[in-house]
Structure formats: C-alpha cells, structure tokens
Design a binder for this molecule. Structure first.
Ligand SMILES: [Zn+2]
Length: 345
C-alpha cells in the first residue's frame, strides 16, 4: 500500500468516526447493510506484519504478512467497555448464570465496518444443535482432525481457556457486541484469558478431549450465557456469515430450537414493515384530505350588497368583526365593495 492511499484511508476512517448518522439512515443501514452476508476472511492464521496508527486514536490499521490489511478497533479503546468488565470471569464457563435472565428479541450487529469474520471451519455439521439422547446439545459439532488450527470467528477478548468436564479443553472468546463463542474438545489452547484476538487468528488446535467420541470441534454461540444454534449466524456449508446484523428472536434460546431456514428470511418481514409504513402514509393523506373537504364544506360566503357593514354582517352570521377580518384578510376600515364575496364562516 502506498503512503498516499494509507493517508486517504486514514482520513476517511477518522472522518467517519465523527459522523453520527441520523436515525433514518441507521434504520436503512439496518435494513440493507445489515442484511448483507459476509464471506469468511482469507487471513486465517496469517501473522501480522505491523499495526499502524490511523487519524482516529481508537482505530488501528493491521497489516498482515501476506500483504493484506484491515482496520480494527484498538483493544485499548475497548478495554473499559462494560461488555469487557461486567460478568468478566476467567474461571467459570458461564458468569451470567447468577443473573439467569433470558434475553428477549434483539438485533445484534455481528460485523460492522471495523470488525471482520472468519468461519471457524466450514463443511458438514456432524451433530446439530438441540436435544441428543435426552441431553441438550448447546452447539454444533464439526469434524476436525487433531492438531488442525482453530480460528477465532470474530475480533474479541479471550475470557476463558481451561480444561473443563465434557468440553475438554475449552476456549471462550467474548466479542464487543456481547456475543461469546465457545471452542471445545481442543487438543491444545494457544491463547490466555485477557488476550485480544482478531477474526482468523489461530487460537487453538483441534482435538478429542472431554466427552468426545472422535476428533471434532464443538462450537457454541451464546448471548448472556444463553446458547442459540450457531447456524442462525453462520452457513457452515459455505462458511458464510448469513447477515451482518442478526435478529435473535427470544425463542432461539430454547435448547430444543434448531435453525429453520424459512424463518431466517426476514426480507418478507421487512417488506411487510415497508408496506405498513406506506399504508399508514396513505391513510394519513386521506384523513388530511377529508379534513380539508370538511373545512371547505363548513365555509359560508356572503355577497356584499348595498348597505352591508362588517358589524351588520357579524350580527347576521353570529360572528365578530375581528373574525370576519381574519377570515378575509381585511381591516375593520376596509371599504366593502358591492358584489365581493366575503367569507363569513
Ligand atoms: Zn458438540
């Protein structure tokens, strides 16, 4: 990358960050940009060559050894964010357990302009989310040869890295949007709690530890401790992130609720929203027209005859001189010309 390009991009990022989008724009972003799918990053396991400052102190430019680059939030800027301080526990798998409040419907930005995404591994799912032999399976299983690198799905901070019960060696990463991703049955973890990682970083090696009947990766997505089927988020067949913004419905947190393809198609729902908005506007227009017609119908007119005076007309039409003046834009002293139409109501 040339110095000039870098400078231009730097300026772009610094000006973008100070630009607060008005609500309607945010809303259209949600509808259009949020619906976009995201292809998995090619920078899997690629080491960084350098990290450079940009014009924005919160944004860094990460240069990879293979010549590619990306913008990323500076972890220092994120360190104090509540999401990385509250319920932050490096010794328990689910620190939200004490809270125990199932989240309601929410829209979660998964990847915005500064985040990236990398499919932890794509291909056939060997075991889906849901009940299995009477036991809740809170994630999905992907066949995974022992020793194969495991990649972080999104930028974030490692919260947990330990051997624990059925999970075997488990790594949990918390992301800035509050989402947590779990990577289980690892042969070896390569990260420590507190470590910041980028999407695509090698965080561990695949394995067969814990309650596992063959080498595989157990992958979970949780929000405030509640697991939902990762297939809502990722199409594992292609490795594609389904949408930049995920609409998580409260029932996704039901342990028996598997991903259903049709429900995911929100276009119809949003088109419905758009239709409702247009219908509302039409109704309002109609009402305004009706009010106008009613006002027109209520108007009364008087044609000035010889001898008419404003005070005389005020008495005749049970109104006042000032009202007559206001309705006709005249003064009490204005001469009334015979034949002129005067609005009296
Ligand atoms: Zn599993």
């Amino acid at each position: 990358m040339t110095r000039k390009t870098l400078l231009t991009l730097t300026l772009l990022v610094s000006s973008l960050s100070s630009w607060a989008a008005p609500e309607p724009i945010i809303d259209s972003l949600r509808h259009v940009y949020g619906r976009e799918s995201v292809r998995t990053s090619q920078n899997t396991g690629t080491p960084y060559a350098d990290t450079l400052d940009t014009g924005n102190p919160d944004v860094k430019l990460v240069l990879y050894n293979n010549g590619t680059w990306k913008y990323a939030r500076d972890p220092k800027a994120l360190a104090d964010e509540k999401v990385f301080t509250e319920y932050w526990d490096t010794e328990t798998t689910n620190p939200y357990r004490s809270e125990n409040v199932q989240p309601g419907d929410l829209h979660l930005w998964i990847v915005d302009t500064l985040d990236s995404y990398c499919c932890p591994r794509y291909g056939r799912i060997s075991s889906k989310f849901g009940y299995r032999h009477g036991r809740a399976h809170q994630g999905i299983d992907l066949p995974y040869p022992v020793g194969t690198p495991v990649f972080a799905a999104f930028d974030g901070k490692v919260r947990y890295s330990q051997h624990v019960g059925g999970y075997g060696n488990l790594v949990i990463i918390r992301h800035a949007n509050g989402l947590e991703t779990y990577y289980g049955h690892l042969s070896r973890s390569l990260v420590e709690p507190g470590q910041w990682v980028h999407a695509g970083d090698t965080i561990a090696l695949g394995g067969n530890t814990g309650r596992s009947t063959g080498p595989h990766l157990h992958f979970e997505t949780r929000y405030r401790g509640y697991a939902f089927d990762p297939s809502w988020l990722i199409d594992f067949e292609t490795g594609t992130l389904r949408h930049r913004m995920l609409h998580i419905r409260s029932w996704y947190f039901n342990p028996s609720q598997k991903y259903v393809q049709d429900v995911d198609d929100e276009d119809a729902i949003w088109e419905g929203d758009e239709k409702a908005r247009i219908e509302k506007e039409e109704r309002e227009k109609q009402l305004a027209a009706e009010r106008e017609r009613a006002a027109q119908a209520a108007m009364r007119w008087h044609t000035i005859k010889k001898g008419d005076t404003l005070s005389g007309l005020a008495v005749k039409y049970h109104t006042s001189v000032s009202t007559l003046c206001r309705l006709n834009g005249i003064k009490p002293t204005t001469t009334l010309q015979i034949g002129r139409k005067l609005r009296v109501r």
